[in-house]
Design a binder for this molecule. Sequence first.
Ligand SMILES: [Zn+2]
Length: 329
Amino acid sequence: MTITSNLKNAVIYLRTWIKLIIILLAGLAIIGFIVFVVYKPMYSVSLNGKFIGYTEDKIKLQKKINNYLTSGDSKTVAFVEVDNYPEFDLCLLKKGLVANDDEIFKTVVGSGVPYYKYYSILDKGEEKYYVSSFEEAENIVQTLKDKKSQNQNDITYVPKYETTLKEFTDKDTVVSKLYIEMPLVKNTNVSTKKVISNSSSSLGISLIRPVSGAISSRFGSRSRGLHTGLDIATSKGTPIKAASAGTVVRARYTGSYGYMVVIAHTENVQTFYAHCSKIYVTEGQNVAQGDIIAAVGSTGNSTGPHLHLEIRVNGEARDPQYYLYNNTN
Ligand SMILES: [Zn+2]
C-alpha cells in the first residue's frame, strides 16, 4: 500500500458520498415541488369536535368571528354568547379545495345565543313600544316634547339587552299613539263636568296664598275659554310662594301656560303656577310651604302680569277659591 493509492481510495469514497447526497437532495426537491404544486397549507376548523370547514386565513377569520361575538352587527345584535370557540388545525390539503370562511362564520355565530340591543319606550315606566335604535328612541321623546304632549314627562326609554327580539314599531306610529293633546286654559274640549268640580272635600293638606293681589278672573269663567284656574293680578316679578310642601314635577315653558311650575303635594293633589316671568326651582326638587318658586309674569297666553293658579285633584281642576282667596283679596 502506498500513500498514493490510499489517497485515491479516499477520493473515490468521498465522491460516492457526494453523489448520494446530491441524489437525496434532488429527490427531496422533487417531492417538495410536487407537494408545493399539489398541496397547500390550510386550517381545518372544528367546533365542539365537529369539522365545520377549511380556511386559508386563520387570523382574518378568527378576527371576524371574535368581532361579531363581542360587538354584534352594530345594528340589533349587541353580542353573541358562545359555549366554545372554534379550533384551527394546520394541515396540508390538496389544492382546489375551496375555503369556506363564510360558512364557518355562520356556523360559529349561529351556535351561540345572540343578545339583541334595542330600546323600549316607556309610559310611566311601563313598556309600550320597541324601537331598534337610540336615535329613534331619543327622537320619539323629543318629538313628544316639541309637540307639547301632555304625557311628555311620562315618556322615557331604556336600552334593552335580550335574547328575544321584540317587534319594532316605527317612530311616527309611536309618536302618534302616545301623543296626548295638552289641555289648554282656552281648550273648551275639557268637559265642564271635569273642570267645574263642586266637590268641597278636603285636600288633606294646608294651603297658603302663593301671592296676594286682585282676582282678575275666576275659576270656571268663560271670558277667554273655560277657565281652569284662578287669576290673581299683581306686578311682574312678585315672588310666588309654594302653596304647600311638595315635589316640583314641572318647571319649564309649557305652551299657553308660559313658564309654569307644577308641584305635587300628595299622590293626588297638584298646584299649577302659570305665566311666570322666572322660575327658581327645578324638576324633582322638594320645596317647603312658602318657598319662593317663581316670579309673576305674563308669559304664554296672557294679556298682563298675573298668577294663574290651579289646584288639581287626580288631574281634575278644582276651584282654588274653595281653599284660598275665598274672602278678600
Ligand atoms: Zn288663568
